[in-house]
Design a protein around this ligand. Structure first.
Ligand code: MG
Length: 205
């Protein structure tokens, strides 16, 4: 088994809550009195572009919510979106131990919208854990498409077998695995620690 030199980690559902997923959107619809079906239909048509960074948050909100008069402002809605992001301290602590070991190139490999991604990096000081941010909004491609994993490998110039990818979605993990990248399906901090040990990964104290 070759030595792991690189760790790619998902963000939403692993170290932070999801940024703007279906549950958050549903809460948003309830909080702001939006028609759920209508909002969903519009989200379905704009969400993918939003995630790969080809439309801005303002355009997304204009297309999905502010196409007609509302009794609230885009800034109020943005504030709500940002407030949905919360940390998972136990998994963040594990990432901190991996980073402090100094043994691994630490990168995210995450699907996220541009403004939200930047907010989360800043708010939760993710630069303390990662030196690279391979995010869908920067790369204009997203998981589980094979091209994003190939691009990640090309950017870091590592062989797949020396890379470990951590994600909470089985489909994303399967896509990485099919390219020969080693993987951990994240379920809990305890299981993550066990799986890291099983992969021979060393953590700082
Ligand atoms: Mg996730």
């Amino acid at each position: 088994m070759s030595t792991i030199t690189t760790i790619f980690s998902d963000v939403g559902g692993v170290i932070l809550t999801n940024g703007w997923d279906r549950n958050a959107r549903r809460t948003g619809a309830e909080t702001f009195g939006l028609d759920w079906e209508e909002f969903q239909d519009r989200h379905d048509l704009a969400g993918q572009e939003f995630e790969i960074g080809t439309i801005t948050l303002d355009s997304y909100l204009a297309r999905t919510i502010f196409y007609r008069h509302r009794d609230f402002t885009p800034d109020q809605f943005k504030e709500f979106i940002f407030a949905q992001s919360q940390p998972f301290p136990e998994t963040l602590a594990i990432m901190g131990r991996l980073a402090r070991s100094g043994r691994y190139l630490m990168s995210t490999l995450n699907n996220e919208e541009l403004e939200l991604n930047n907010y989360r990096i800043e708010r939760f000081e993710l630069r303390k854990y990662f030196t690279m941010f391979l995010s869908s909004c920067f790369l204009h491609m997203r998981k589980p498409d094979e091209v994003i994993y190939r691009t990640a490998l090309a950017i870091v110039q590592r062989h797949p077998e020396e890379c470990l990818f951590i994600d909470d979605r089985r489909l994303n993990v399967e896509a990485a695995s099919s390219l020969g990248i080693r993987t951990i399906l994240h379920e809990s901090p305890e299981q993550l620690l066990n799986d890291l040990a099983a992969q021979g990964i060393e953590l700082a104290a």
